[in-house]
Design a protein. Sequence first.
Length: 577
Amino acid sequence: MSETTTQKGHPKGLWFLFGTEMWERFGYYLMLGIFALYMLDGWNNGGMGFDAHTKSDIYGTYLGLVYLTPFIGGLLADRVLGYRRSIIMGGLMMAAGYFLLSIHDITTFFAGLGLIILGNGFFKPNISTLVGNLYSSDELKHKKDSGYNIFYMGINVGAFVCNFVAAYMRINFGWNFAFIAAGVGMLIGVVIFLSGTKHIKHVDVIKPLQEGDMPTLKILGSTILPMFVFGIIGYFIMGTGGDNNILGSDTNDAFIFGCVPVIAFFIYLWAKSTGLEKRAIAALLAVFSCVILFFAIFHQNGDALTVWAEDYTDREMPESVATVFNKVDMAQTVENNDIVALDEPAFKAKIEELRAANNAMPEATETEMAAKKASAKEIAKLESSRKYFSNLAAEKVPAKGKDLKLYSTELYQSINPFWVIMLTPILVGIWTALRKSGKEPSTPTKIALGLLITALSALVMVGAVYATNDLTMKASSWWLLASYGVITLGELCLSPMGLSLVSKLSPPRITALMMGGFFLAISVGNKLAGMLSSLWEDMEQKENFFFLNFALVLIAALLLFLMLKWLNRVMKENNVF
């Protein structure tokens, strides 16, 4: 047995990459799970105090850029830096970004986001590449799929656990400690990676340019530089909207305009190619165009669906669960007291009175600062209780002096990774059984099915809206559990299959570039997720929001189904299935 394998036949390096990715995703999804809530929370409560539209604008721009920078990070790792160096750089930059977010300041807020965006660009594409490289030998090549399955489980273990930590930190210590936990998690990931580098360094090889490869500087000059130029033009261009922009905000304009030269570059790659290569690139670009809408819906989990969980979901814990959560200080408490029970004008007046008193409190000593912080926390609890009870069925509102124990909103972000862990072995078993009988769908067919299933998840949320009786009541948590379950099934049919399709169809000399195209599709989809979520507050009939999501993804699914015959023919021409 090779010294690079374990007793189970997988490279030792895989387990270090598993641990690294698990802790990196712990930090990434912890931050993402509280991001929208943190931006909406009032400044005096420790949040940023943004309005709903600003929150969605920043959320979409952040997610868009996070998946755009891997195009740069992957290219530089391939050609200049190497994978290990890029991963360490990226991990440290992200950790620094999370720590900056823990400082309650507008400047450090945006600086932290910038570091996370850049760090993710160096980290994300390159750790996945190392996993594949570990299985490049003939001895291990046949185990690559199972190796990626193990690695993918690391992603979802981290994504599942992190939200419990986020809830505990936020409830007991505040927003800043939740972000600190994300940074500590990322540093643990870097330490794990460094401790296993001797099992990985043999597959960290910078590949020399081959004949037909485009020089690195030419790629950067023809894509990245024009992207920034177009982005600046988009930001300052004057439109006809209320704020003199075209697509709802200056950042929307900047992002979409900035993508134009990159999209044009991929069209250029298609135009100058010939024969089978031309048809393969055309097939990939067609799939990328449809996949954009999947991510536009999928990544609303951290924005519109988080707001739904916060405002319209009955989050009351059963008594047996509340007993356990209370022991570890993880239950969110809402209380009906004399202040919360006041009518709306009287409640607002009382809150203003309490805020004025809080602002007047001295903070010269540690004791005074602690007292002021405790006062602000109590005001936030009063507001939280009032908001929760505002659309709770009357019979569920506790009597004066009593309270309810709630699941923290962050915990709903763990539903998706929970479903991934539960559904992955089932779906893999189904594909295996179909393959043995010669009936396994082609990769493009799986992607089309994923889009269709994703559209159905939006209809589940339509049912959730109807269950609230025009938003006068709260919907059961089972609606979100069901919607996440459906969309996760769509994700498993689509997301890994998209990566597989790129690796199968891309011409060898531009595989990295076409992988960048897939990340670009994710990036644009993520930005659209924020743009769509910004419509949430403007739609009085919330079911129309989810009907819109359904229609958009259904159109993409139908387009892909119409192209299946052509796509499968291209797969056959390139001798891949």
